[in-house]
Design a protein around this ligand. Structure first.
Ligand SMILES: [Zn+2]
Ligand SMILES: [Zn+2]
Length: 561
């Protein structure tokens, strides 16, 4: 059976030795997903989601359109690390494939902590029985079809992050994953520069590299610097200290816990995701609890005195988070006091400024404050800046350079950076989502292989919304809806009243009465002149446009009696 599949697969291939297709993450932040295909293997590297924009009403998550993956089986999904923009869409890919008849178990490869995060997500979706977890480590290589795969430790804002080297029929392909250099991380490994250099010596055909911080010239602070800043503040400040961060930043959690212990403060952790992540990290030895640390349960925080650090989730202003509730005086167990201080230990993701602003405002409204002196650093990116990106290219000396993980601006800047470096002035290729880089033995080509689309997730379902549905929802959200209904006799004259209802158009309802009179006149004058429902729909839309300058969705339904 397996042989048949492979033979069938070979027949459909053109003569490229390897095809690299971007399914997401190229020209955007999020949805990282890259497909590598040789004659005998089909490997997906990462499978992430994107978070919706503020005006994507009712959309919980966005995934790539997986239709390109549905037609042929995959040998496995290989994961670089556990961030949602790299693992969050696996459940939805599996659901899509199962709809198309996939009944097997999808092999998934990742480090122990990456797979623990995936396991938690798939459990929520009741999909655990549809996968086969393969824990990888940097000591052993593994095979997928005709490709050998090696993973290399990299430092990032979540431990267990790796880069990959794929030894393919077209040569060695290196995927950087998300990475930076930090020689004093608080959790997880350092980036294995020696191994990357050795790979460069062996010869690299293609490097796919993280572009996130290509605009950043300055060296990034080490996690140890952040620990020192936190320790200073925890020691000096009076009153309770709340610290918010990204819930998956285990290294930062380690810094906060260790600094709190050194400053003789108790600690409490508020937020489901924070507690769950901490549990995983402790179990897998990526986090060590400081000795004699007094941990305060959430419902005991109010009685625990002032000498405490409360780690709290919700740094991006998520409405359901502990931090948001606390800032709006709606937290079940904690009330803010004037002596309380909030430390932001996370960057604001662009687009979240309003919601983050509401949190900070809420603290001030209740007399508490935000700690934000200019010279203290409480966050450092998990992505390397320009100098680090240059170093990676220098070490690997790829024949072809492909920037990934960034919006178009950053991909272009990263492309220019690689081209400016010696000795290969024109080795860079920016692949957009939907494009395929085809590698032959002595040349390469770029071609568009599909028109990219999006899938909008509502709750746990992928079926909730497609692009058209999301657009309709936006129209409804912006302009509201009008309903017109009634009964018409065989001469298309109104029997009984004409019903008009509006939803979200205007709080001044006076326009409805005039509209009712006008529409009734139109019915009389237009009888037998065409599709009455269409005529009334046009007329109603025109009236609202004239009176209110709005374009609501208009629904007309007549019963013919
Ligand atoms: Zn990441
Ligand atoms: Zn990422």
């Amino acid at each position: 059976m397996e042989e048949e599949k492979r033979e069938g697969r070979e027949k459909t291939e053109d003569n490229a030795l390897l095809k690299i297709t971007s399914i997401g993450g190229s020209g955007m932040f999020g949805m990282n997903c890259m497909l590598l295909e040789s004659a005998k293997s089909r490997i997906l590297v990462d499978c992430g989601i994107m978070f919706p924009a503020d005006d994507d009403w009712g959309v919980d998550l966005i995934t790539p359109d997986f239709s390109v993956l549905e037609t042929q089986p995959l040998d496995g999904i290989v994961l670089t690390h556990a961030h949602e923009d790299h693992i969050g869409a696996i459940a939805f890919l599996l659901k899509t494939m199962q709809k198309r008849g996939f009944r097997g178990k999808m092999p998934i490869y990742g480090t122990d902590i990456t797979l623990a995060f995936v396991k938690r997500r798939l459990t929520e979706h009741e999909l655990l029985s549809s996968v086969l977890f393969n824990v990888i480590n940097t000591k052993e290589e593994f095979n997928l079809g005709d490709c050998r795969v090696e993973c290399i430790d990299v430092c990032h804002s979540i431990p267990g992050s790796v880069a990959y080297a794929f030894y393919t029929p077209a040569g060695t392909i290196v995927h950087s994953g998300d990475w930076r250099i930090d020689n004093t991380p608080m959790a997880g490994a350092k980036t294995n520069l020696a191994r990357l250099e050795a790979l460069g010596d062996e010869g690299v055909r293609v490097l796919l590299a993280d572009s996130t911080n290509v605009e950043v010239d300055d060296a990034m602070a080490s996690e140890l610097d952040i620990y020192n800043d936190l320790l200073e503040v925890f020691t000096k400040l009076k009153g309770r200290i709340f610290v918010t961060l990204f819930a998956s930043n285990i290294g930062r959690l380690q810094s906060i816990f260790t600094a709190a212990a050194a400053a003789n403060r108790k600690i409490a952790v508020c937020g489901r995701s924070l507690n769950s992540n901490l549990g995983i990290a402790r179990e897998l030895n990526y986090f060590s609890m400081p000795n004699d640390m007094e941990i305060v349960a959430e419902h005991k925080i109010e009685e625990a005195g002032e000498n405490i650090v409360v780690v709290i989730s919700g740094s991006q202003g998520e409405r359901a988070s502990s931090l948001y509730k606390l800032s709006q005086a709606k937290h079940n167990n904690i009330r803010l006091r004037p002596s309380d201080t909030l430390i932001y230990s996370a960057r604001q993701i662009p687009g979240n400024e309003k919601r983050v602003g509401a949190i900070v405002d809420g603290f001030y409204r209740q007399g508490a404050s935000l700690f934000n002196p200019r010279d203290a650093v409480f966050h450092s990116s998990g992505h390397g800046g320009r100098k680090e990106l240059e170093l990676l290219i220098e070490l690997l000396e790829p024949e072809i350079f492909v920037p990934i993980h960034g919006d178009y601006r950053r991909l272009s800047m990263h492309e220019a950076l690689a081209d400016d470096m010696q000795p290969s002035p024109d080795r860079s290729i920016t692949i957009e989502e939907g494009y395929t880089l085809k590698l032959f033995s002595d040349r390469h080509e770029l071609e568009q292989s599909f028109i990219p689309s999006r899938r909008y997730v509502v709750g746990k379902s992928l079926d909730g919304m497609d692009r058209d549905c999301a657009r309709e929802k936006k129209v409804l959200g912006h302009n509201g809806m009008l309903f017109v209904g009634g009964a018409l006799n065989k001469d298309e004259q109104l029997r009984g009243e004409l019903r008009i209802e509006e939803f979200g158009i205007s709080s001044d309802k006076s326009f409805l009465k005039d509209m009712q009179d006008e529409l009734k006149r139109t019915i009389i004058s237009s009888a037998k002149h065409g599709d009455m429902q269409e005529i009334i729909r046009h007329k109603a839309a025109k009236i609202i446009k004239q009176k209110l300058g709005k374009f609501p969705h208009v629904i007309v339904h007549f019963e013919f009696v």
